[in-house]
Design a protein around this ligand. Structure first.
Ligand SMILES: NC(=O)c1ccc[n+]([C@@H]2O[C@H](COP(=O)([O-])OP(=O)(O)OC[C@H]3O[C@@H](n4cnc5c(N)ncnc54)[C@H](OP(=O)(O)O)[C@@H]3O)[C@@H](O)[C@H]2O)c1
Length: 336
């Protein structure tokens, strides 16, 4: 089979190889990959800034994939040849509270990912692909959709009347807008682009702020909420921007620390944390049971993933390059 392999850190070291097609062991599925979608972590991993000490040379990257079962290993009972399946990211986190050891079992690094014609996944490491979604669409779900869902449904039960703040219009944030809106929340969105903010409104955003033309976007959020702030902040920016996320949290509000687009460390005003009684919650995507709940919810609410661009398999480098420039929603690579 053909597989993109990371021979060393740096996009220039992501090379297309011809290697033997793997065979499924007991409990495993061989999946003919239809599509993968890129997340910022896939780029950070190639760049060598995402748990580099755990990444082996020759890794097949990319966490999120969707495809068709081509063969099953001994003892597999949940899926059969021909079933459409979508990967689950934390392969050993099926339900219950997070255990630190789960971090070692991420699909797409440290474990081989989906940027290849075939992929091996455990039968407990996939969900059935939603019937009303194409494989291209379903490949966007495992990280970008499950992460905001986990915040909005597992760490909080967001309900009509709640206010949610979403930063930017990348993969996680577009799903956050769609999901929070479907849950009945007021959704405030920031972006660097007025044009993207118009599109965010079409997807359910109720209030929008351009963080380029309004650098003190936090003040604008407080003004929009009569000084109260918001119930949930989905912080994908990280770095010192986290201070502003705490600033806009309502009393007892949840600040979900999701991303590190602006940096992996921060200084916080602890008095703000104390006076807001803010709940600062680290987020690591979510577990399989929540993913199954999400798939049901997406079907009930007919939420369609927003795909910015689909690249052919051979043009993986161009897909990574676009991710670095920023996309509206998801970038997908069609494999088979
Ligand atoms: N912890 C987890 O479980 C988890 C899961 C998924 C993702 N993440 C992390 O979350 C972050 C976002 O991931 P992603 O895949 O959605 O990335 P992405 O698709 O590359 O999104 C990038 C977008 O973020 C927005 N942005 C960049 N800087 C910003 C700023 N200073 N203020 C507001 N928005 C800003 C931009 O939107 P505009 O163009 O609209 O300005 C940009 O297009 C990454 O750091 C990723 O590693 C973490």
């Amino acid at each position: 089979m053909r597989a993109w392999m990371l021979d060393d850190f740096g996009l220039e070291n992501l090379n297309l190889h011809e290697i033997p097609t793997p065979q499924p062991a007991a409990g495993e599925l061989l999946i003919k990959v239809s599509a993968v979608s890129l997340n910022y972590r896939d780029k950070a991993l190639v760049d060598g800034i995402y748990m580099p000490e755990k990444i082996s040379k020759g890794l097949i990257p990319v966490a999120d994939s969707s495809g068709v079962v081509a063969a099953v290993g001994a003892g597999v009972t949940k899926y059969k040849v021909g079933d459409r399946v979508t990967s689950h990211f934390y392969s050993t986190w099926h339900d219950g509270p997070w255990l630190n050891e789960y971090a070692d079992f991420q699909t797409g690094g440290p474990i081989n990912g989906g940027l290849a014609e075939y992929q091996i996944l455990g039968e407990d490491n996939v969900v059935p692909t939603p019937l009303d979604m194409s494989d291209l669409e379903a490949s966007t779900l495992p990280i970008a959709a499950l992460t905001p869902w986990f915040v909005l449904r597992e760490y909080r039960k967001v309900k009509p009347g709640d206010t949610v703040l979403v930063q930017g219009t990348g993969g996680v944030s577009i799903f956050a807008i769609q999901l929070a809106s479907a849950l009945g929340a007021r959704v405030i969105v920031t972006s660097s682009s007025d044009e993207k903010l118009v599109r965010a409104r079409e997807l359910g955003a109720t209030d929008t702020i351009n963080y380029r033309t309004t650098p003190d976007w936090a003040a604008a959020v407080l003004e929009l909420t009569d000084g109260q702030g918001v119930d949930v902040v989905l912080d994908v920016v990280g770095g010192d921007g986290l201070k502003d996320s705490v600033r806009v949290a309502k009393g007892n509000g949840l600040v979900a620390v999701i991303g590190f687009l602006q940096g992996q460390s921060t200084t916080l005003d602890l008095m703000d944390v104390i006076w807001h009684q803010a709940q600062i919650q680290g987020i690591a995507v979510g577990h399989l049971r929540a993913f199954e709940d999400l798939v049901t919810f997406l079907g009930e609410h007919t939420i369609n993933p927003v795909i910015d661009t689909v690249y052919p398999f051979e043009e993986a480098h161009a897909a990574y390059a676009q991710l670095a420039r920023g996309a509206f929603g998801k970038i997908v690579i069609q494999v088979n």
